[in-house]
Design a protein. Structure first.
Length: 135
């Protein structure tokens, strides 16, 4: 708890000195360490206004989910997808939003899209030098 409190103070200082540089980091901290949904949402909206990219919109979706706004989360996700952004984080948030809205079919489709980013497992001998591969 003491370290989280110290980090809170550090992020507050950083935001005062360089808000453009610190808001995204402060937002990730707020989402990870369970700050109030309103605080995370304020940071997420500020982050999107500074850098309206796919990651910022995915974080906005997560903040909206934390605030109980699944429809708003899907709006942010739609904007991100329309921009060409694709990531496991974005699809994971979309799946969570669909689950909250009771759309299990669409949630499963988004989960499948999220896992498509995982690399297939390498064969057991991949990357081993010939002398270490065995017969």
């Amino acid at each position: 708890a003491a370290l989280v409190s110290a980090a809170d103070g550090s992020f507050a200082q950083q935001r005062a000195l360089a808000p453009e540089a610190a808001v995204g980091h402060a937002l990730e901290h707020a989402l990870r360490w369970g700050r109030t949904p309103a605080e995370a949402l304020d940071l997420a909206e500020a982050n999107v206004s500074l850098r309206p990219n796919g990651l910022a919109l995915a974080l906005l979706a997560e903040a909206r989910l934390g605030a109980g706004d699944a429809t708003g989360a899907l709006d942010a996700i739609s904007r991100a997808l329309a921009s060409g952004a694709r990531s496991p984080r974005l699809y994971g948030a979309a799946a969570d939003a669909c689950d909250l809205l009771g759309d299990a079919t669409q949630a499963a489709a988004y989960r499948s899209a999220a896992t498509s980013f995982l690399a297939p497992p390498a064969p057991p001998s991949a990357g081993l030098s010939p002398e270490h591969r065995g017969p």
